[in-house]
Structure formats: structure tokens, C-alpha cells
Design a binder for this molecule. Structure first.
Ligand SMILES: NC(=O)c1ccc[n+]([C@@H]2O[C@H](COP(=O)([O-])OP(=O)(O)OC[C@H]3O[C@@H](n4cnc5c(N)ncnc54)[C@H](O)[C@@H]3O)[C@@H](O)[C@H]2O)c1
Ligand SMILES: [Zn+2]
Length: 341
């Protein structure tokens, strides 16, 4: 098991390993003996698989557990659901020294983290990430939030977790598609910052690979480093947006029928078309059964990028990779984007 420290103002540890879930109660209890009640948040796909084990571990560690299960999926990531969660927290008399535990993918960690950030002006949140994407990205870094009907992630708060548990055994139950979506972010980390990781990924990693723990740990280290340098997301953290400017436009234009991971894979390939690393990138995207081509026109993409009216006329920052393991930021006029595609 690895313990990766995220050295921000309220620093915390990310544990990456196998068979960690059964000890989650002990890990939380050791870190803070004041907590009496735990608000355990999960959703309808994850709960049948892992809730009992989690609950037992928490109860064995002496916590009183109040469960909250919501309908799986991005459509639940909204203010109504958060309001319901806050109501249950209040009804059950949760205090400042109690805590929230999120058990799920990015939807769960974002929403439970946000509820924890605003209940009584902030109580602790512990993230047990159950998708590859949540382990390597969403659960680390302290961004929490929900969607509005006007757009994704428009409401939120920075609220660092007290501990993140990434038990890679939990990834075995992911569908191949959801696993591949997470791999798009893993490939991103390799190309923006780690040539060794790129070399490792050339031997296809799957849900059962012995290397999976290493790969998740490496991505967490890379994200932790970036977050430490740039906690409030102004500069360096933007390199994590490789493939995301075009990816978000593709997601939005498809009315979110194209998943985030698939859109990012396409976005990385499209922005790199004239880069010397293009062939290596596309080979890797294909190896992980991700798409790299999209039939959107330049106008479609620009429309998607600029669809937020406030952005109209403003410049955009793109992330470029010209050498595996090195990213650069470039601020351009929207029309200049055409030159890259
Ligand atoms: N806060 C951040 O920094 C950050 C970063 C990236 C993404 N996000 C957010 O994360 C969300 C996407 O995350 P996601 O892809 O994990 O979505 P998700 O939570 O919806 O999980 C994807 C699917 O996998 C299922 N699932 C989860 N764990 C499982 C398991 N162990 N076994 C079987 N099925 C399982 C879920 O029920 C769901 O159907 C988006 O809302 C995005 O905005 C946040
Ligand atoms: Zn992403």
C-alpha cells in the first residue's frame, strides 16, 4: 500500500492499494477520534456491491452510520440532491465534529464533498473512490460541486478531503467502458508529465493487471504535485486540461451522450494532430479501446467552446504536448485553433 501526501494547507493522505475497504473504519478512526457519526453517501450501482462491507468496517470502528443512497448517474449531481442530503444530516443531528464518507465514482465524491463543504460551513469528508477516474482525478484536489441545468460543475467549493482511499480491487467490477474512460485520464498524465508512465502503459493495463496499483499511485502523485503547486487552479493545474478544451466541446455538442473520457481521448488526439508525438498518442489511445477521431467541423467545435456567452470574444488557453512528458500552455484567439486541427 502507498501513502501519498498531498501537501496543501489542510494536507491529507491518499492511500492506494488492495483490500483497503475492509479497514476504512480503522483508517478514519485512527486519524480523528472525535468523530461519532458518519454520513455514508453512495449510489444505486455501487451500494449493492460495496456498501455492506463499508458499513461494517465503520461500525466495527465504533461509528454510528447514517446511509444516504441516491440514483446513480450524472443526472443526480444537482442542488436538489444536495439539499436532500443536507436535510438528512440536520435531521440526524450531525455536528461539526462528525463526518461524511463518499463511496462511489466522481459523481458521488463531487456531490458528497460539496454537501460536506457547506453543511455547518464545512465538515470533514473522506473519499472512497470506486472508479478509475475518481481514483486518479476526481477524489484528489479538493474540487467539489454539482451541475446546474445551464451547465456542468457550475456550483461548487474547494474542500480538501481528510483522507482518500483508492482500493484498486474495487475497480474489478467496472464495465470495460467505464474503465477505459478512466484510462483516458491516465494516458493524459503520461503525455503531459511522465515518460516512464508512458513506457509502462505500452503493455496494456487492464482491471486485473498487477501493475494497476502502481499506475494509479503514479497518477495520484502527479495530480498531488500539480495541486500542491497550484491549489486554486490558476496556472500549472491547467496542464491537466490536455485534450479537455476540445473534449468539453465534443461532450457538450453531443448533449453529453459522448462520455467525458471518450471526448478527452478525441480532444487529445485532435489538438495534437501536428505534434511530433501524434502517432504515439494515437497508438496508445487505440490500445485502450478509446476513440481518437471525431467528425465535428471546426465551427461545431468553436461553437461548443464558445457556447458560454461570457466567453465570447475572449482568448482560450490550450495545452500542447510536443514531447512525451512535457506540456505547455498557449493562449490563443479562438480562430487560431483552426491551425491546430
Ligand atoms: N472534482 C474533480 O476534480 C473532478 C475531476 C474529474 C471529474 N469529476 C467529475 O466526476 C464525474 C465523473 O466521474 P465517474 O466517471 O467516476 O462517474 P460516476 O460516478 O457516474 O461513475 C461512472 C459509472 O460507474 C459506476 N460505478 C462506480 N463505481 C463502480 C464500481 N466499482 N463497480 C461498478 N460500477 C461502478 C457508476 O454507478 C456509474 O454508472 C463527473 O461528474 C465529473 O464532473 C470531478
Ligand atoms: Zn477529465
Amino acid at each position: 500500500m502507498r501513502r501519498i501526501k498531498v501537501k496543501v494547507r489542510h494536507g491529507y493522505v491518499v492511500m492506494v492499494g488492495r483490500d483497503l475497504l475492509k479497514d476504512c473504519g480503522k483508517f478514519i478512526q485512527t486519524g480523528d477520534t472525535r468523530i461519532k457519526k458518519i454520513f455514508l453517501v453512495s449510489e444505486t450501482n455501487v451500494a449493492p456491491l460495496y456498501l455492506d462491507k463499508t458499513r461494517k468496517s465503520l461500525e466495527d470502528a465504533g461509528f454510528e452510520v447514517v446511509e444516504y443512497i441516491f440514483e446513480a448517474g450524472e443526472k443526480s449531481k444537482n442542488l436538489n440532491e444536495v439539499a436532500k442530503m443536507l436535510g438528512v444530516l440536520a435531521e440526524n443531528g450531525f455536528t461539526r465534529t462528525d463526518a461524511v464518507v463518499a463511496l462511489g465514482g466522481g459523481v458521488t465524491t463531487d456531490m458528497a464533498g460539496f454537501a460536506a463543504s457547506i453543511y455547518l460551513r464545512g465538515i470533514k469528508v473522506y473519499q472512497i473512490a470506486t472508479t478509475l477516474l475518481a481514483q486518479v482525478d476526481a477524489s484528489v484536489g479538493g474540487k467539489t460541486g454539482v451541475d446546474l441545468k445551464e451547465g456542468k460543475n457550475l456550483v461548487g467549493a474547494f474542500h480538501q478531503p481528510s483522507l482518500v482511499i483508492c482500493d484498486v480491487d474495487l475497480l474489478q467490477s467496472l464495465s470495460d467502458e467505464v474503465f477505459a474512460e478512466g484510462m483516458a485520464e491516465v494516458i493524459k498524465y503520461a503525455f503531459i508529465s511522465d515518460r516512464d508512465l508512458y513506457e509502462k502503459l505500452k503493455n496494456k493495463i487492464d482491471k486485473n493487471s498487477p501493475d494497476l496499483e502502481d499506475v494509479v499511485a503514479r497518477c495520484v502523485e502527479l495530480k498531488a504535485y500539480v495541486v500542491e503547486q497550484d491549489e486554486l487552479d490558476n496556472g500549472l493545474r491547467q496542464t491537466l486540461n490536455f485534450g479537455h478544451t476540445l473534449g468539453h466541446a465534443i461532450e457538450r455538442n453531443s448533449n453529453f451522450t459522448v462520455s467525458h473520457g471518450f471526448a478527452v481521448a478525441k480532444g487529445m488526439a485532435m489538438i495534437s494532430r501536428h505534434s511530433p508525438i501524434y502517432n504515439e498518442l494515437v497508438e496508445m489511445i487505440k490500445l485502450y479501446d478509446l476513440p481518437y477521431e471525431d467528425d465535428s467541423t471546426f465551427e461545431d467545435l468553436l461553437g461548443g467552446i464558445m457556447n458560454d456567452k461570457k466567453k465570447r470574444g475572449s482568448k482560450i488557453t490550450v495545452v500542447l504536448v510536443n514531447e512525451i512528458g512535457k506540456a505547455e500552455l498557449k493562449t490563443i484567439e479562438p480562430n487560431e485553433l483552426k491551425g491546430y486541427l
